[in-house]
Structure formats: C-alpha cells, structure tokens
Design a protein around this ligand. Structure first.
Ligand code: GLU
Length: 488
C-alpha cells in the first residue's frame, strides 16, 4: 500500500439506538485508516437538538467497541482536535458563519416556520417548477424584512447557492457523480446551533480528515459541502459514498421496519462480534479469497481497495450472518464458548444469579451443543434439562405417545445396568447401555436409547445423551428413569 496515511472519521448522530450502517461505515473507514497507517476518529454530531437522545452516545461507544472497531480520537478519549462532540464546538463554527456573511456567500433569513410551511404547500399545490426557499429575505435589512408578513425575531443563516454551482464531483468509489441543484441551505439555526452541513465541513477540515466516507444518502449534500470548502478557502477531502444497506425486499434498511437495523439487536440476539464484523466486510465487497466468506479484519485490511466496493445496495441477508455466527462459535475453544455463553445468559437475563455449581455445569455442558449453535442465546434453552430438578423435568407428551412397546423393558434394563456401573463416565455409560439394550434385549441401536433419552432429557431430540448423563450424575439419571418408568 503506497497511499499516504489517511485520516478518516465516522460521525454518527446520537438520535437513538445506533444503526447498523454506523458499524458498516466505521468498518470501512477503519480499514482504510489501518491500510494506510493513518487514523480513525469518532465524532459525535449532536447539533440536531430535536432528535437528540441522551442514551444514544453511550450505545454508540458500546456497540462499536463490542465490534472491535476502535477509534484513536473521540469524545470519550479526547485527542489533538478535541472536543469531538459538536455541541461543545459552537464557538468554533460562529466565526466561519460571519466570514461567509461578510463575503456575501450567506445571508440572514427571518422567515417564520409558518411562512416556510405555507411556501412549501403552495409550491406543491401549484406543482411549481422551482421549489425551495424564495429568497424573500435576501438583500433585506432586519427592519425592511420586519415590515413583511411571516417575520420571526430570531433569524437563521442561509447559503446563497450561486446559479453556476458545480453539481458534479469525483467520488472515490463511483467516479464522476452528479447531484441535483441544492436549495439555499440553512447553515446556522435560530437556536444558535450550526446545521450538519456547516458543522461537518468545518470539523472535517479542522480535524484534518482526508477522506469523507459516508452513506449514499449524502451524495445530494456534497455540492453544498464543496461550495463551503471553496468559499472558506480550504482544500477539499476525497469523498467516498458507500451503498445503502437493503432488506431482502430491496427496501432501505430502517430501524422502524427491521430489528436488524439496530446494532444492539445483534448483541441481544447472541451474535458474536467477530461474525457480524466479518458479515459487514462482505456487504457490497468481495471476499478476500474468492469463494471463502471467512476472513479476519487483518486480512480484509491487507487487501483493502475502494475500487472493490460495489455501488449496488447490498442485501442484508441474515441467513448468511447466521452461517458465519455458527462458524465462529464452532471455532471457539470450549472455555471461551463457556465464557461467552455465561456472559450472554447473565447479561440478557436468561440466567439470574447462577450458583457456583450451575455455572460450572453450564461451562462443562456447552461443548455438547457447540456444533449445533447458531446463536449464543440458544445454549441455555438447549441445555435447560440439565438444570431442571429431576422431579420437575417435563416429558414431551408427543415423544411419550410415540414410545414403542419395548420402552418399559428398556428403561428397566438400563436402570439395572447403570445402578451397578463402576466408573461413571460417558464411555462406560454407553458401553453398559449398549450391552444391556442392544446385546441383552436385542433392540437395534437406532431405537435402543430412545426411552433413556426421553427419561433423561424429556425429549427425543437432545444434545449427546451419554455425556449428558455423565454431567447429571448417576443419582439424577436414575431418578429420571424411575420417573419415566412410572408413566410407561
Ligand atoms: N451525522 C451524519 C450521520 O449521522 C454524518 C454524515 C457524514 O458522515 O457526513 O449520518
């Protein structure tokens, strides 16, 4: 990689539960920063006070950290360009607003929100060819404007978009792109806060951002941003607009319609962060090695190239994510999986205050289900029979109804064999049951253990039987068999 060290940022707005797109952008931003030996910055864009949600900022930190997408500068850790929270930078923006006003690139607008709403309604009703702000305030003093209707005491500041505004620009991913003509964009609101458009340009410039990588929905804003760069006499950064993530029906992923649009959803469901990270790496981007979905972040970084990004909105396919999650679960050591399952179960309330015995039992039992787990959340329910008191274990009625005529004899023979067994481990249990049931009773191996499984686990589908019995212990296993025997 010969590119010079790049500075990139992700700039989420804390408006609620963080969107999966924020993680997607962060991943690609961080990858390029790493690939060039540069930096990745987190900036909180909280200038929209109407949409501000206080808990959102911490959720952004938590979910991005959970994914291992770590920043080297941000509001929580500071850095050379602090503060990194826009609401703390209001003094920074104001002088640039004044500079634009003085140069005639911007003007005050006193139009009330009611007037603007009426204007919009009229334009819509008359299907006007030219829409947007009608520049009623342009060139007027406060006194002149105050004589006219729809006047508001506190003005906003608008950009004066020139007739010959450049509407096309070169995008790192898309090449030449063009956008529609912008309206006279508000850059300073009546509450004294800048809008996103001013703040993003000022901050990206002052923070030395070399590449602005963001979602496709910002393409239409880029001509305004480029004007601001030009007017303020600043070199413009490179722009790269990533495709929007889509649902399987091709609609844009939204938090309202799709739970998977919320980053916290993945944490709650029991996805592994490495699986989600790997999945995001494959959205609109080819696998590092053709035909091989699994790749580490380091491998992704080593082969990173903007030219590989596909501009067609990628489908967010949960089946693929589930397959990756299963893969990463199987790749964990038994100890690590135990840690993750216990941490998940306690955090998500599947398990309240486990005793030391139960905690140890769960860790020992987790390898029994490792091969079949898709999500961490499935482990505790799949192993619940191990934690149920013998007397309370429910027997699946359908499975009970399906037991064959041999069931009582099987349970009786198994009970005798296991009661006298020397060492209690799964190999010995299996050998003793095989001898008693397959050889002793002459039942085919396929059917021989069914009634024992039903007695011990309450179901005819369960994690490995002999290992389960080893974990339960002799006393509990025999108690469960006696309980089933009484019902046969
Ligand atoms: N605050 C914007 C957002 O929430 C950032 C857009 C950008 O990266 O320029 O999407």
């Amino acid at each position: 990689m010969t590119a010079s060290p790049a500075r990139l940022r992700v700039a989420p707005s804390p408006t609620g539960d963080p969107h999966v797109g924020t993680a997607y952008m962060s991943l690609f931003n961080l990858a390029y920063a790493r690939a060039t030996g540069g930096q990745f910055v987190l900036r909180i864009e909280d200038t929209d006070r109407a949409r501000y949600v206080a808990s959102s900022e911490q959720q952004i930190y938590d979910t991005l950290h959970w994914l291992g997408l770590d920043w080297s500068e941000g509001p929580d850790i500071g850095g050379p360009y602090a503060p990194y929270r826009q609401s703390e930078r209001l003094d920074t923006y104001r002088p640039f607003v004044d500079q634009l006003l003085e140069a005639g690139h911007a003007y005050y607008c006193w139009c009330s929100t009611e007037r603007l709403a009426e204007l919009r309604a009229e334009q819509q009703a008359s299907k006007a060819a030219v829409t947007g702000y009608d520049r009623l305030c342009l060139g007027k003093t406060r006194e002149e404007r105050a004589q006219l209707p729809g006047f508001s005491e506190t003005p906003v500041v608008r950009m004066l978009i020139p007739d010959d505004v450049e509407l096309s620009f070169t995008d790192v991913i898309r090449g030449e792109v063009s956008a529609p003509r912008p309206d006279d964009q508000v850059i300073l609101k009546a509450d004294g806060f800048p809008t996103y458009h001013l703040a993003v340009v000022v901050d990206d410039h002052l923070m030395g951002i070399t590449h602005v990588v963001r979602g496709e929905e910002w393409i239409s804003s880029t001509p305004k941003h480029l004007l601001l760069y030009r007017w303020l006499g600043w070199a413009e950064p490179a722009f790269a607009h990533m495709p929007l993530l889509r649902n399987t029906d091709k609609s844009k992923i939204s938090k309202r319609k799709n739970p998977a649009a919320r980053l916290t959803w993945f944490v709650e469901q029991g996805y592994l962060p490495e699986a989600l990270r790997n999945f995001l790496q494959l959205l609109a981007y080819p696998p590092v090695v053709e035909g091989e979905d699994v790749a580490s972040f380091e491998e992704f970084v080593a082969a990173f190239d903007w030219a590989k990004v596909n501009t067609t909105g990628p489908i967010f396919d949960l089946a693929k994510l589930n397959a990756l999650n299963g893969h990463y679960i199987r790749a964990l050591s038994a100890d690590e999986l135990g840690d993750r399952v216990v941490e998940f179960a306690v955090r998500e309330g599947q398990w309240t205050q486990p005793s030391e015995h139960d905690d140890a039992l769960l860790r020992k039992a987790v390898p029994l289900v490792q091969e079949r787990l898709v999500l961490l959340s499935e482990a505790v329910p799949k192993l619940a029979y191990l934690f149920t008191p013998d007397a309370e274990l429910e027997i699946d009625p359908d499975a009970l109804a399906k037991t064959g005529p041999d069931a009582a004899a099987v349970v009786a023979a198994a009970t005798t064999a296991l009661a006298g067994l020397g060492e209690w481990n799964h190999e010995a249990i299996q050998a003793a049951l095989r001898e008693a049931l397959v050889e002793g009773l002459g039942i085919k191996p396929k059917f021989a253990f069914g009634p024992v499984r039903l007695a011990v686990t309450g179901s005819n589908v369960s994690p490995p039987l002999f290992e389960s019995m080893e974990l339960l212990g002799r006393e509990s296993s025999l108690a469960r068999m006696a309980k089933l025997a009484a019902r046969l």
